[in-house]
Write a protein that binds this ligand. Structure first.
Ligand code: FE
Length: 348
């Protein structure tokens, strides 16, 4: 055992504006070696059952600090004194951001390398994907015949869809991810033309979240929308939103002749991690068959580990073949994507 690492208790570090849904243990003692401290952008109810399963198996306690925003900034401020071992995100953008800010460290683990395909991890091990989230097209059941629906993201810029598309803000991480993937496939000039084309096809100013776009289809405002795949299942399970889901069908478009654009939820080991050994154990557990199965069942996401079955709800949506470009290459184009969104005035 390593000596006890005394760090400032998390509860004593209060950063204004950060909503702490699940406070980490207040006592300094809880940050001893023998535990793992996680900063999570993932909602507690999604990760808690996984951490409980890990604790049951390993005896290692997991403390979670959840926030919707600001965790990367917080890591920066805390520097070498940060009690965090791991950062969990629902988007590759924030993982890349933490990596670019030198807040992560490489993890070399044969178990992780075997479980996680190389297109879903940073080449040196600075971050790893845990689940895949497809960005799909939702098409109106009443107004678009399946053979007419766009089969590619590229087609969304076709003038034949004038006034018929709804999307959320072009600056949202989900949209930025897709635009960055376009840049990775086609370069900036063609992506700019693509963004302009979609903007011209919008039925309304970008607004709302993914589900709000499907609602707009139900209400007749538009016929095509972009959204993450798991919302289809979540809407079906929601009393009010089931009718929205009924108004659409999912289409898994391709990009650059490859597959559907996916983003990842993922994890990174922090540079200052005081409990590295245990943190890596947790990382390996989450990439293993049991945790991957739990992820798939609870969150309706696509597992990252080969051989873990998709849930029946996902199977019912149809086959998903994902884009084969490495996410590390895609996320490199995120800042270019954001600039293009501004340049074409996508949100205006
Ligand atoms: Fe989401």
């Amino acid at each position: 055992m390593k000596p006890v690492v005394k760090k400032t208790a998390l509860a004593s570090i209060v950063v204004a504006g950060i909503a702490v849904a699940t406070a980490m243990a207040a006592e300094e003692a809880s940050l001893n070696v023998g535990e793992v401290n996680v900063y999570s952008y993932r909602q507690p109810f999604l990760v808690q059952p996984l951490f409980e399963a890990f604790t049951a198996q390993s005896g290692i306690k997991v403390n979670v600090l959840f926030a919707k925003t600001g965790l990367v900034e917080r890591l920066k401020q805390e520097g070498a004194n940060s009690p965090a071992d791991l950062i969990f995100t629902v988007d590759v953008g924030r993982l890349s951001e933490a990596y670019a800010a030198a807040l992560t460290q490489p993890v070399v683990s044969p178990a992780l390398a075997a479980a996680i395909p190389d297109i879903y991890r940073e080449p040196d091990g600075h971050w790893y994907g845990l689940t895949r989230r497809a960005r799909i097209i939702y098409a109106s059941r009443d107004r678009i015949a399946p053979n007419e629906a766009p089969k590619t993201y590229e087609e969304l810029a076709d003038p034949k869809w004038r006034g018929r598309i709804c999307t959320r803000s072009g600056n949202h991480v989900y949209q930025v991810g897709l635009t960055a993937a376009m840049v990775a496939h086609y370069g900036e000039a063609r992506t700019e033309a693509w963004l302009k084309g979609i903007k011209q096809n919008l039925a309304r100013k970008p607004q709302g979240n993914d589900r709000a776009q499907v609602k707009a289809i139900k209400e007749g405002e538009c016929d095509i929308a972009l959204g993450n795949h798991y919302y289809y299942v979540l809407m079906q399970q929601n009393k009010e939103q089931a009718a929205w889901a009924k108004a659409v069908y999912p289409v898994f478009p391709t990009i650059g002749g490859s597959g559907t654009h996916v983003n990842i939820s993922g994890m990174a080991l922090t540079k200052a991690s005081p409990n590295q050994e245990n943190a890596v154990k947790l990382m390996e557990f989450l990439a293993g068959p049991m945790a991957q199965q739990m992820y798939a069942e609870q969150n309706y996401e696509y597992p990252i580990l080969d051989g873990v079955p998709e849930t029946s709800a996902l199977k019912a949506m149809g086959p998903m073949i994902s884009d084969s470009l490495p996410l590390a290459d895609i996320s490199r184009h995120r800042s270019a994507a954001i600039k293009l969104v501004d340049k074409v005035g996508y949100n205006d």
